[in-house]
Ligand binder design. Structure first.
Ligand code: SF4
Ligand code: F3S
Length: 105
């Protein structure tokens, strides 16, 4: 499965959602997650993300492994998103910030 990681938080560009053939992105207020039970590993979402937040599960950076559990859990709570939405006004500023896990949900 593919996993949305920390760079998505407070960037939430949503460019990824429109290309997913199986609609497995779920949207929270400040980031998105992928439902691992639905993702078919097609990889087409990866180049769409301006902040390179999406990785295959087996190629996650070591400090992002927590996001496997986060994606699985929050995909059960957040609604599916299939259409692009405008990102937050300050998304480009948050794209420069590395440690932002506290704003996950
Ligand atoms: Fe959707 Fe494919 Fe990305 Fe999985 S890898 S989230 S199926 S676009
Ligand atoms: Fe997040 Fe990147 Fe999609 S910032 S919403 S994973 S395009």
């Amino acid at each position: 499965t593919y996993v949305v990681t920390e760079p998505c938080i407070r960037c939430r560009y949503t460019d990824c959602v429109e290309v997913c053939p199986v609609d497995c992105f779920h949207a929270g207020p400040r980031s998105l997650v992928i439902d691992p039970a639905v993702c078919i590993d097609c990889a087409v979402c990866v180049p769409e993300c301006p902040v390179e937040a999406i990785y295959p599960e087996d190629e996650l950076p070591a400090d992002q492994e927590e996001f496997i559990e986060i994606n699985a859990r929050l995909a059960q709570q957040w609604p599916v998103i299939t259409r692009h939405e405008p990102p937050p006004n300050d998304a480009d500023e948050w794209a420069q910030i590395k440690n932002k896990r506290e704003w996950l949900d």
